[in-house]
Design a protein around this ligand. Structure first.
Ligand code: UD1
Ligand code: CA
Length: 448
């Protein structure tokens, strides 16, 4: 998207989030595997703000780390005491370069915001002094109410706690998101007081002060109120997860994936599907998963940090952990776990295996119950399995170890040394067979 508006963003993220009842800052709670604050940053990034300033509380280094991971350059302002949204914006002012014409205030706890909605708000801001994003809610409980005049101009925002019974009946609510012309911002914030039910500096009070100065404030009513939901409780977190998952599932299906039971499939914002992917019920995609065309993912699979190439088959009951590459037409079956492993083209690990820190060549067959023993309690080591190798069932491959191309490992072996190409290796006590002894043993047991 073009850099159409000359604006900077202040993202408020310093709140204690008391209602979450959590030791984690509220904005670090996640939906679709990503912290709330990262979603807020994502919503504004395509509009190329001059600066993104995130307001954090003291000791919130973990919030700073999460923002940095969102891959958008951010600056951080520290609000020393959480004295309200107005105070939070004020604490960001020293960081503003002064070049931006508009300041967009975003909340770190409002993750479902769509970029187009922010764009509409910025457009409105070019025709007034403050533009506030509003929404109609059937149940406006907890939200500030927007009081508009006869001409539709915004005159005041009244917090729910401070509202009169008549004001509480108003259904036009404050999303918290607003655009302020930067030349007025410092002066308006300086007028705030804590004379209210929460004894906080409310950002929302700047509307009344703006009116006193004959500045023009306007409302942009969002078409989809759900997009502006603020997260204050765990129940609201779960509701936002549901909304976002519906969006991600619809997008995946529009792009040509079959989700057999969309409601039971969980996606991340960065999940990528090729065409004609089929996902069976109850599959979870963690962050950073790419799925090639024609892949089939069967039920109860859990996949994160993995790339799956075309026409591979995964599951049911497969676990793919970060660093996994499943190449074209490879098969990963039930109760198989892969970690930091390449499974070469057409290779198969179909039953009950752990393959970690490994490189498996094309067409190799990993028998049922094969374990790569990659960890000695201190360090991790690599296992290399050559193309077309055959690993017999219930084998342990003690890393570091290399199995050559076309080699065969006898079932039940514990392999500690390298095996050359096309060799047969087995470590197994010899079998003892005693004729008739089975019958004798049974009758002795019965007589006891
Ligand atoms: C706020 C609005 C309310 C609006 C609602 C929408 C005010 C006074 N009220 O209420 O009108 O309907 O959002 O969701 O603005 N924060 C700080 N420092 C602080 C306090 C808060 O950084 O001292 C941050 C929080 O981390 C959060 C955001 O500001 O991301 C909003 O704060 P919150 O306490 O959730 O405000 P609400 O009570 O929801
Ligand atoms: Ca809130």
């Amino acid at each position: 998207m073009v850099n159409k508006y000359n604006f900077s963003t202040i993202v408020l993220a310093a709140g204690k989030g008391t209602r979450m009842r959590s030791s984690l800052p509220k904005v670090l709670h996640k939906i679709a595997g990503k912290p709330l604050v990262a979603h807020a940053i994502r919503s504004v990034t395509p509009l190329s703000p001059a600066q993104i300033i995130v307001v954090v509380a003291e000791g919130m280094e973990n919030v700073q780390t999460a923002c940095t991971k969102a891959h958008t350059p951010c600056e951080f302002a520290v609000q020393t005491q959480q004295k309200g949204t107005g105070d939070a914006v004020r604490s960001a002012l020293p960081w503003l370069s002064g070049k931006a014409e508009y300041i967009l205030v975003l909340y770190g706890d409002t993750p479902l915001m769509q970029t187009e909605t922010l764009e509409a708000l910025l457009e409105k801001a070019t025709q007034c002094d403050i533009a506030v994003l509003g929404m109609r809610l059937e149940n406006p409980m907890g939200y500030g109410r927007l009081i508009t005049g006869a001409n539709g101009a915004l005159e005041q925002i009244v917090e729910c706690k401070d509202a009169s019974p008549a004001q509480k009946k108003i259904t036009l609510c404050n999303s918290g998101i607003m655009v302020i012309r930067s030349k007025h911002i410092a002066e308006l914030l300086a007028k705030l007081s804590t004379n209210n039910a929460s004894q906080e500096y409310y950002l929302t009070d700047i509307i009344q002060h703006a009116g006193d100065e004959n500045l023009h404030c306007a409302v942009v009513e969002a078409l989809d109120a759900g997009e502006l939901a603020g997260i204050n409780t765990r129940a609201q977190l779960a509701a936002a997860e549901a909304v976002l998952q519906t969006r991600l599932r619809n997008k995946a299906m529009e792009n040509g994936a079959t989700l057999i039971d969309p409601a039971s499939i969980f996606l991340s914002t960065d999940t990528v599907f090729g065409t004609d992917v089929v996902v069976h019920p109850f599959v979870v995609f963690g962050p950073n998963v790419k799925v090639g065309s024609g892949v089939e993912i069967r039920s109860y699979s859990h996949i994160e940090g993995a790339t799956i190439e075309g026409n591979a088959i995964i599951g049911p009951f497969a676990r793919l952990r970060p660093g996994t590459l499943v190449e074209e037409e490879a098969h990963v079956g039930n109760f198989v776990e892969l970690k930091a492993t390449r499974l070469g083209r057409g290779a198969k690990a179909n039953h009950l295996s752990y393959v970690g820190d490994s490189d498996v060549g094309e067409g190799a067959n990993i028998g049922a119950g094969t374990i790569t023993c990659n960890y000695d309690g201190v360090n991790k080591y690599k296992t290399t399995i050559g193309a077309q190798a055959f690993i017999g069932s219930n084998s342990s491959l003690v890393a570091p170890v290399t199995i050559g191309a076309g080699a065969v490992i006898g079932a039940g072996s514990v392999i500690t040394g390298d095996v050359a190409d096309h060799a047969l290796a087995l470590t197994r006590p010899e079998q003892i067979t005693k004729p008739g002894k089975g019958r004798e043993l049974k009758s002795r047991k019965k007589s006891i």
